[in-house]
Design a protein around this ligand. Structure first.
Ligand code: GUN
Length: 296
């Protein structure tokens, strides 16, 4: 069956981005430099295993040096900080990514502040978060919001003056997404509303949106009656829900009721195959940028 014409194909756009990166990586090779990226995973969170696995695979496809450090759930904060100090000092590594979530006994802000800002390709260090708020382009932007912005730009979805409604105020997607799209910059310049669990009448906000970005982690939250016909809908959600028909007893669904929203949306991301591949592509882009800066 032909896919609906209004789909924003994240896989195709990510592949295009990666082929552009391949040229930059080749140029670095000529100068004797191979970009290097370290992954750190603590504990056995099943989703984190899958995500880090995908990031490793793309790193290998692009010919990056990558290494993964898997630490047991019982790892102390001091042990994790000691590993980060080693990775910070390792000249082969241009990027370091500590996969979230971390075990509850480890303070996430302490860990993210311990990654050298120049190697913080996740964009979670307070220095890079601050640069994002200030509109300073020398910082690293978090990969999922940066990937969504890139999806919009490359799909010719105009953001200037657009009403953007972001659902979810998390530090990984919602908050940085809002900060990115309200900047005075190309591919931004939007009027942004950030909705969250205490927002009154979320549906009314959603119906005003030219661009609706769902990143709250509530399965199938965005229904057809919450979407203005013709709006662009971006689904960031990855939610595991029970499914008696599946062999595993569960399936993954987004934050958007895709089946009912797709026919009336102007443009919409499929899920999977929308935002996810872009997050990985932007991580690769940040790592290549970090390596380019190391030789600049
Ligand atoms: N967990 C979910 N998304 C992300 C991400 O973009 N980076 C990291 N480090 N952890 C995550």
């Amino acid at each position: 069956m032909t896919p609906p014409a209004n789909l924003i194909d994240g896989r195709a756009i990510a592949a295009q981005l990666q082929s552009e990166l391949a040229q930059r990586i080749a140029a670095l090779r000529v100068r004797g430099l191979r970009p290097g990226l370290a992954f750190v995973r603590v504990g056995e969170d099943p989703a984190s295993k899958v995500y880090v696995g995908r990031k490793e695979k793309t790193s290998a496809q692009l010919g990056l040096h990558s290494e993964t450090h898997v630490l047991p759930e019982a790892t102390t904060e001091a042990e994790l900080l000691a590993l980060l100090a080693r990775l910070n000092a390792d000249a082969r590594l241009h990027g370091i990514l500590v996969q979230a979530p971390l075990p509850a006994h480890i303070r996430q802000p302490v860990i993210y502040a311990a990654v050298r800002p120049e190697k913080d390709v996740d964009g979670f260090h307070p220095m890079n978060v601050g640069k994002l708020m200030l509109g300073d382009p020398t910082g690293f932007q978090p990969c999922t919001p940066a990937g969504i912005r890139e999806l919009l730009v490359r799909s010719q979805v105009a953001t200037r003056g657009a009403e953007v409604v972001v659902l979810g105020r998390g530090n990984i997607v919602g908050k940085p997404m809002a900060a990115l799209l309200c900047q005075k910059a190309p591919g931004a310049n939007a009027t942004v509303t950030l909705c969250h669990s205490a927002t009154r009448d979320i549906a009314a906000h959603c119906r005003r949106a030219d661009i609706l970005i769902a990143a709250m982690g509530v399965p199938l939250f965005v229904r057809a009656d919450m979407v203005r016909p013709g709006a662009t809908v971006i689904d960031v959600g990855v939610n595991r829900v029970p499914d008696a028909a599946a062999p595993s007893g569960t399936k993954l669904v987004g934050d958007v009721d895709f089946v009912n929203v797709q026919p009336l949306a102007g443009r919409i991301t499929p899920n999977p195959g929308g935002v996810g591949p872009m997050t990985i592509a932007m991580l690769m882009q940040n790592t290549v940028r970090a390596a380019e800066r190391a030789v600049a």
